[in-house]
Design a protein around this ligand. Structure first.
Ligand SMILES: [Zn+2]
Length: 91
């Protein structure tokens, strides 16, 4: 099992062309790791993020800031429509 930290490092290596892994191989590793998700908006890898409804939509901090205002987020949060979470890393 590849650690969450290592997944982020590999992504950086892929982006600057120094990784031996392809993006597809990296995606498979990400899917095996319970501690990460992909943002539904921008596709970024994330170890924590915002979950809407029963998990039908998850997004990262910067997408949450784009798709909702602080006021509407507050309202949604109080109505139990959204929460922030950090996915547990599987050791
Ligand atoms: Zn995002």
């Amino acid at each position: 099992m590849v650690s969450v930290k290592r997944l982020f490092e590999i992504k950086e290596e892929i982006d600057n062309g120094t990784s031996k892994l392809t993006e597809e191989q990296w995606m498979v590793l990400c899917e095996e790791q319970e501690g990460v998700r992909f943002c539904d908006e921008c596709g970024e890898l994330m170890a924590d993020g915002y979950v809407w409804g029963d998990g039908e939509h998850i997004e990262c901090e910067s997408c949450k800031n784009k798709t909702t205002t602080p006021e509407s987020y507050e309202t949604a949060y109080h109505n139990g429509e959204v929460y922030w979470t950090q996915w547990e890393e599987e050791m």
